[in-house]
Design a binder for this molecule. Sequence first.
Ligand code: ADP
Ligand code: MG
Length: 764
Amino acid sequence: MARVTGWIRRLLDKPGSVDLAPFQRIVAEAGGLEPGLRDQAEIGLGDTARAAGNRPGADWVGGAEFCAVVRETARRTLGQRPFDVQLVGMLAMLNGHVVQMATGEGKTLVGALTAAGYALRGRRVHVVSVNDYLARRDAEWMAPLYGALGLTVGWIAEGSTPEERRAAYACDVTYAAVSELGFDVLRDRVRTDPADLVVPAPQVAVVDEGDSVLVDEARVPLVLAGAADPGVALPEMAALARRLSKGYHYTIDEEGRNVFLTPKGTDTVEKALGVDLYADPGVVTQVNLALHAHALLTRDVDYIVRDGRVQLINTTRGRVAMLQRWPDGLQAAVEAKEKLTPSESGEILDSLTIQSLIRRYPEICGMTGTALAVADQLREFYDLRVAVVPPNKTCIRVDEPDRIFATAEDKESALLKEIADQHVTGRPILVGTLDIAESERLAEALRAKGLDPVVLNAKNDAKEAEVISRAGARGAITVSTQMAGRGTDIRLGGDEAAEREREVAELGGLYVIGTGRHESSRLDDQLRGRAGRQGDPGGSVFFVSGQDALLTAYAPEERLPPAEADGVVRDKYAAHLVAHAQRVAEGVNLEIHRNTWRYTRLLEQQRAQLMERRDEILHGDMAARALLTACPERYRELTEAVGEDRVRRAARQIVLFHLDRCWTEHLSFLSDLREGIHLRALGRLNPLDEFNREAVPAYRAMLDEIERRSVETFEKADLTRDLDDQGLRRPSATWTYLVQDNPFGSEWDRVLSRVAGAMKRRKR
Ligand code: ADP
Ligand code: MG
């Protein structure tokens, strides 16, 4: 029944913008209250707001008086009087929507007003930022506003200590990057003393750059790993791989994603290691990993070595992927290949996708420049709706049609010429590239022409923000990869006086040039949105070639119409083809997201259920009661020997240990199961059904196993000695990271992306 209703609702209630009229009426009413508030000298806004907000049953937050009060408070404390559209955005967010507001419209302020509103309703609010730098900047920037409303605000960054984190979470509003929130949740997962917990129960999430966090990064797993016995001689494996040669000892598949030992190679490896390879799956895995690292991953393409560490290059974002690593064995193998001291290797104790992390919050809202294009997904994955808020001043940016070329070479020379021609006028130019390599190549070519571009990639967030904020200065040429500096505003004239701003505006404002269309139209729009903020003049254009990856990967069978003498393709079909390729790419990504979610949903349910039990055990004496029921005699015996209190504590420690241990094993079982399940699709079974068919009983078996092991330990434990030494030793160290998409892809994702690609092509 629930499914049917959902289906009908989706059909009748097509995703579109939420109706803003009710919010606009409230804001209009608030306008009338403004003069009255202005006249009140030093009014205790904080007291008024709090007293009124806490009025029982009062629907004060979200009403006209509330709007007027927060507007006046922002004006007095920040020197920014929220525009009507900002109040409308705030109201939409207080109603649990994701608002779409263009770049430069002041979403930081809207987010803060919203967070304050939820906090005044008595909720604990987490503002999810894009990175540590912005979390701190925004919390500090908005602090006077919160203070005047009688609210406390804190922020968390990678370097924050547990005490600092606890203090920040104790505030009414806490700013943090999504990864830090997730890592704190994961670390709390293995604590055995309630006093050590850091994160309070989730209540409200206000997500900045909502589409990026909720959709683009939704599948990214956050991982908690623990030190395990290294066991394997990695340097020897790496040395061995180095001695093998391609073609003779091993071969690589066409897509460069897999490597196989030849019989000759197998022979050599077996002789070198003195083992029978196929009798020892553990060794086979290690050899494979060493070979992968040796033959498929290339230094300075897939990763760089810096400060004695391997740092991944995120090819989609074109920057060093901080805090990211490959799945464990592969990371260690690459480190061994580069002869580095191995970073700690370990086993995954628990993991959580960003989507699951956010879904823990009973109330979610967000803001971004581009939400409407993912309205379907926000609805499907989070039950969120999009409210499109118009800009404060009409956008007058000129978006030119794509310039399409047959070859990459023609595209590049036209691009260079365009940059040089525009630069002569003094107009600031922001060039958006698709990856690091391209940004560097382009900058090199510009320098060869005597120009002086600033290149932005792989720097720290604060520097990025600084460079980006200067990109609007007269004569500036900034070459940037997509995500760099996101969240930072580009003011015309740079940080200079109004006079400079006018001067640059007269030149036409910021000119944004994309060196290629992205795999998603949202990314294109975000780049364009850098220009034309707050009614500024500005322009944007994308350069595209028939050899761009977007076209070769997603419309491989199509041909661009022929180019004219100047290399430009002007036939209308070309633009159609580019749009088509982009739609296919978007469809493939959505299908992969959906598929991941189908598999993680069951896992999430199991996780939530188990964690609820864990909480009960952690905070109560459920473990002791369970063991008393299971082995009453032993329980009495121990109580007499060491006292009830000691037995209770031991019982909790024992059960928590086995619960955490079994969950770790269950996760690894499920991940193997999922990796292998696609093979069954060939046998015409639905892989998801198959997965669920095995995962459900495995969970039940795990619960029994926790009980069995707990009883076993309890029966033989010596409570006068430390339990750690009696088989309950936890990992000596734990650490957290984000998993970079497996560079070789999950087999299933690959199968799927081909199928989805073929489907879309047929539909056209
Ligand atoms: P967004 O996140 O929407 O791209 P920001 O929050 O970074 O935009 O704000 C962009 C700029 O606009 C900031 O410099 C901010 O101070 C300014 N701003 C925002 N709201 C107002 C306002 N109501 N009055 C004056 N300036 C504002
Ligand atoms: Mg912003």
